[in-house]
Write a protein that binds this ligand. Structure first.
Ligand code: ZN
Length: 576
């Protein structure tokens, strides 16, 4: 992992590759559509051509390379030897890509290919070079975890994976090997061991094998190393640093494995459309991205879009757009979305641009409400990657509880043997209270650093989210238990307090406007002590000046989304 850190630092690009006010497209569109939305980035485009680049003038183009979706092109590259690159299960059988079972190429199903196999690696390397040489500004990688993305399917037991594991085992200490019950790493054959173990009792799956957790570490590290290799290759092909994004849905376990090879996350993220109400789950993904200092361009999942299409709910999508920008990230413009259900397979949703584009234009027209602002947090959560992988749902639930109470949170990510992310002194600086985690999930150095910090008598910690909720008051909150999410963002003596109307009615597919919404602000904690006026800025409405009286602002009418812009006492404040 040291090597990865070193390369990552050498290729670091400096400033984040996306601004908070950027409007990212997922797939290519026409010039008129880009303009309609105010597009600035194409985050998941194809291989560009001179014509498509001209169409996208002024839009930064990330060209996509897919590790499992491009089987047809892989087959055509190696028609006689394609089988050599396939992943193998414990019985030596190839494995179909579960969400591409409706796809075939020349009568061959879409098999999952192993990123340790020379054919697969050659194909992907050529695709990266081709994409960059065609004029892409950045690289996007879909299914970036390669072989390790299919761990849940019990792969891969190809010869390369088996022999590589011996090298991995050789790097372990004697104690670790003893713990795994492996006497001689040089001759260990995980395939034979796994088959024997499965045969030992009924109902056993290979993912339950005692050595499987070490196998996961090995496979995830290989994925990160390969992504770092592709990153370096892209830079060499371009003769300049090339920003790299990946479909790293951060609510899915292990998708942070290669974060050091990435400049942004361009990722599918579950929005729970079938619950027919706005979901707070994406906030956790947005905060995790923030914790590793990378921007996030989200889209909903294929099944979310399938639900939106079937039930015609663009109004719910509008809630997702507002939530993303209010959280400092961005939902990609939903002009053409991949839908997936097991019954229908792949299909597409082309939603009404007239409902979506005005929200993106609002962001572009008010970029100064977004750019440079950072999340204000009432509380910080220590999130060990190990604990998140074990139970992502528990962490989504913590985030949901905090969000529902408008207790704004940030994440301090603590790494493990898969994710290299030590807790730093900077992570722990400042007086913001911390919700602790299960200490056993922390690396010893992180546990020690945390202990030094939290032992100070004046430093407030909570054993769990429930106690934080019982003790802390949000610095920005809505009075009267109304369904409003309040998300404050700060920038050197100014605050943007985003108000999201959660009174969404699926029957009408719209939010019900709320009158006289009282928002209580702790101006000192928000860095705007002494402010007496603010501006309410809402999509589709002229800005309105409002008084702040005894820390309370009353918003006369809240539609989908309003932003209270609060400056210090000064020139701007007086002019409102
Ligand atoms: Zn393999």
């Amino acid at each position: 992992m040291t090597l990865i850190t070193g390369l990552g630092a050498a290729l670091a690009l400096g400033a984040p590759v996306l601004k908070r006010s950027d409007v990212a497209f997922m797939y290519q569109a026409s010039r008129d559509t880009y303009r309609q939305y105010g597009a600035t980035v194409l985050a998941w485009g194809g291989t560009p051509t001179p014509a498509t680049l001209a169409e996208a003038e002024g839009v930064r183009w990330f060209g996509s390379v897919g590790m499992v979706t491009e089987f047809a092109a892989y087959f055509d590259r190696f028609p006689d030897t394609y089988k050599e690159g396939l992943c193998r299960d414990v019985n030596g059988e190839p494995v179909k890509v579960p969400w591409l079972t409706d796809h075939q190429h020349k009568g061959v199903p879409y098999w999952w290919c192993c990123t340790r196999q020379p054919n697969t690696r050659t194909f992907l390397r050529e695709r990266v070079v081709q994409t960059i040489k065609a004029g892409a500004y950045g690289l996007h990688v879909d299914d970036h975890l390669g072989t390790s993305g299919g761990l849940w399917l019990g792969i891969c037991f190809c010869d390369r994976c088996i022999s590589g594991f011996r090298d991995h085992l050789r790097s372990l200490s004697k104690d670790d090997l003893a713990r795994l019950g492996i006497a001689d790493p040089g001759s260990y054959d995980f395939r034979s061991s796994a088959r024997e173990w499965i045969g030992g009792a009924a109902g056993r799956k290979v993912t339950g094998h005692p050595v499987w957790p070490e196998w996961e570490v090995y496979q995830c590290r290989a994925a990160a190393e390969f992504m770092m290799e592709l990153r370096k290759l892209a830079t060499e092909a371009a003769g300049r640093p090339v920003p790299v994004g990946a479909n790293a849905g951060l609510l899915w376990p292990r998708h942070l494995a290669d974060y050091q090879a990435l400049d942004l996350f361009t990722a599918e993220t579950d929005h729970h459309a079938s619950e027919r109400k706005p979901s707070d789950a994406p906030i956790l993904a947005y905060r995790i991205a923030e914790a590793v200092g990378r921007p996030y361009a989200s889209t909903a999942s294929g099944w979310d879009w399938a639900y939106i299409k079937e039930h015609n709910l663009p109004g719910l999508v509008r809630c997702w757009i507002a939530l993303s920008y209010a959280s400092g990230q961005r939902l990609m413009a939903p002009h053409h979305q991949w839908c997936y259900t097991t019954e229908k397979g792949t299909h597409w949703y082309d939603g009404p641009a007239e409902r979506f584009a005005p929200l993106y234009r609002f962001v572009r027209d008010n970029a100064d409400l977004f750019d440079g602002y950072e999340t204000y947090a009432d509380v910080r959560l220590i999130m060990p990657h190990r604990g998140f992988v074990r139970d992502p749902g528990a962490w989504i639930e913590k985030a949901r509880k905090l969000s529902a109470a408008n207790l704004s949170f940030s994440i301090i990510l603590a790494g493990d043997r898969i994710v290299s992310k030590p807790v730093s002194d900077a992570d722990l600086a400042g007086p913001t209270p911390i919700v602790m985690c299960d200490q056993d999930d922390l690396e010893p150095a992180d546990a020690a650093r945390l202990s030094v910090r939290t032992k100070r008598a004046s430093f407030k910690t909570f054993p769990n989210v429930e106690q934080a909720l019982a003790s802390l008051k949000p610095a920005a909150r809505c009075e009267g238990d109304r369904p409003v999410r309040v998300l404050a963002r700060l920038k050197g003596g100014a605050a943007s307090v985003h108000l999201l109307n959660y009174a969404y009615d699926a029957a009408r597919d719209d939010v019900t406007p709320m009158d006289d919404v009282a928002v209580t602000l702790d101006l000192a904690r928000l860095g705007v002590k002494g402010a007496t006026r603010c501006r309410l800025i809402s999509p589709g409405h002229a800005p309105v000046g409002l008084p702040i009286e005894r820390g309370i602002v009353t918003v006369p009418r809240l539609g989908l989304w309003g932003v209270l812009q609060i400056g210090r006492m000064g020139a701007t404040a007086r002019s409102w």
